[in-house]
Design a protein around this ligand. Structure first.
Ligand SMILES: CC(=O)N[C@H]1[C@@H](OP(=O)(O)OP(=O)(O)OC[C@H]2O[C@@H](n3ccc(=O)[nH]c3=O)[C@H](O)[C@@H]2O)O[C@H](CO)[C@@H](O)[C@@H]1O
Ligand SMILES: C=C(OP(=O)(O)O)C(=O)O
Length: 429
């Protein structure tokens, strides 16, 4: 398997264009199951996750065509008919968001058999709220041998769905199913992440009637059929935030473009508190640090507009060399500190107690061999490697490839010494 080697010490100076958001693109791709007309998605990131979901959708009857059009990278998805309602274990296990095909399949063809996704390293991540929502819309749900069987032969019916906790995936799933339900659906305690707003815009462009995404109450008036549409994927706020942290870590001046500064406001505030300069521009941010050491700051992850859990690992990497002690509380996932022991291999001083990590900044990290344990953990190791003395080699970067498009090229263009070491195709032990 491939690895990434980083030689620490270079400042970052230059421009990085932000890609379309993985976490939006994969839900928008699932929306293609809702119509027999083509859905054209532009500003599409090319990632392991989008390729992977493309494979599953193809199996369900969707033709997936990628090209470079006048608006950049685009994907056209077209499902004249659903040829199978079966999403097997192998294709759901590897990417949780594959589970989100369940709702659109039942909504369009009245039935689906979709593997339960199972847990992952960052937490147990059950799908009870997804099932609660699809059931509330009138589907009969049965669980057998690791599969969800969902049936609604006479179609779904609008309902009130009150989520006991905020879930991005369950809110999106409910929206994806309710757009074709008969009547009005009201989702309460909905997640407010920007990707929900993107999904609403795409569904409405397809002829759906969705209001309120981005607020805790989303109202969907079901329609009998949806059309094709063309939609540009929202910029990836996690990728933008990651490179903002990388610039603050390495020093220098990096301009992030093709993005929206308000999507990372909670991170920008923390970067400024730590001593970096963040200038909001029309299409992104400029992040600068002039060589002086950053200060330790505390943070707590929270649903949007709070500090994103998907940026917690990166910020922890940043704090490893800050002046003082930083307390980092993870409130969304119960096991999202897997990067801490790997950062400690680079010389970081971190202790973890339950949902809180204490990071005492050290003067210098040292390069070492480290292992990626999940997507954002892997990029936190790359960020630490940017300042570690000598070489840091990150293995298992298939995690990283799930969510960062052309990372070596983007960082390399700003002066980072980052290279991919091609593997022999054999799995790592
Ligand atoms: C593909 C995608 O968009 N992934 C993002 C999405 O994940 P995802 O949609 O899985 O995250 P959720 O918002 O659903 O999870 C929040 C919390 O709710 C719990 N939960 C969730 C569903 C459920 O049925 N039951 C339940 O208990 C989860 O275990 C977790 O503790 O939002 C997370 C939180 O911003 C991000 O970190 C992920 O990057
Ligand atoms: C946790 C993430 O993704 P997923 O929900 O697909 O595992 C992520 O994008 O950081």
């Amino acid at each position: 398997m491939d690895r990434i080697a980083i030689t620490g010490g270079a400042q970052l100076n230059g421009t990085i264009p932000v890609s379309g958001a993985k976490n939006s693109a994969i839900k928008l791709m699932a929306a293609s199951l809702l119509t027999d007309q083509p859905l054209r998605l532009t500003n599409m990131p090319r990632l392991a996750d989008t390729r992977f979901l493309g494979k599953l959708l193809t199996r369900l009857g969707v033709s997936v065509t990628e090209s470079d059009g006048p608006d950049g990278q685009e994907t056209v998805l077209h499902a004249p008919e659903i040829t199978s309602g079966f999403a097997p274990y192998d294709l759901v296990r590897q990417m949780r968001a594959s589970f989100n095909v369940l709702g659109p399949l039942v909504a369009r063809s009245g039935q689906a058999k979709v593997s339960l996704p199972g847990g992952c390293t960052i937490g147990a991540r059950p799908v009870d709220l997804h099932l609660q929502a699809i059931e509330a819309l009138g589907a009969k749900i049965d669980l057998h041998e690791g599969y969800v069987y969902a049936q609604a032969p006479r179609g779904l019916k609008g309902a009130e769905i009150v989520f006991p906790i905020v879930s991005v995936g369950a809110t999106e799933h409910a929206m994806l199913a309710a757009v074709l339900a008969d009547g009005v659906t009201v989702i309460k305690n909905a997640a407010c992440e920007p990707e929900l707003v993107d999904l609403q815009e795409c569904l409405n462009a397809m002829g759906a009637k969705v209001e309120g995404a981005g607020t805790p109450t989303v109202t969907i008036t079901g329609v009998a059929r949806l059309n094709g549409a063309s939609h540009s994927v929202i910029p990836d706020r996690i990728e933008m935030g990651t490179y903002a942290v990388a610039a603050a870590m390495a020093g220098g001046e990096v301009r992030l473009t093709k993005a929206r500064p308000e999507l990372i406001e909670s991170l920008s505030v923390k970067l400024e508190e730590a001593g970096a300069t963040v200038v909001r521009t029309e299409d992104g941010v400029i992040v600068k640090r002039n060589g002086s050491r950053l200060n330790a700051v505390d943070l707590e992850t929270a649903p949007f507009p709070g500090f994103a859990t998907d940026l917690q690992a990166q910020f922890m990497a940043l704090m490893t060399t800050a002046n003082g002690e930083s307390r980092i509380r993870e409130t969304i996932f119960e096991n999202r500190f897997m990067h801490a022991p790997e950062l400690m291999r680079l010389g970081a001083d971190i202790s973890v107690h339950g949902g809180e990590a204490r990071v005492r900044g050290v003067a210098q990290l040292e390069g070492a061999e480290v292992m990626a344990t999940d997507l954002r953990a892997s990029v936190s190791l790359v960020i630490a490697g940017l300042v570690a003395r000598g070489e840091t080699v990150v293995s298992r970067i298939y995690h990283l490839d799930r969510g960062f498009e052309r990372l070596e090229e983007k960082l390399g263009a700003c002066g980072a010494q980052v290279r991919r070491i091609k593997g022999d195709g054999e799995p790592e032990l």
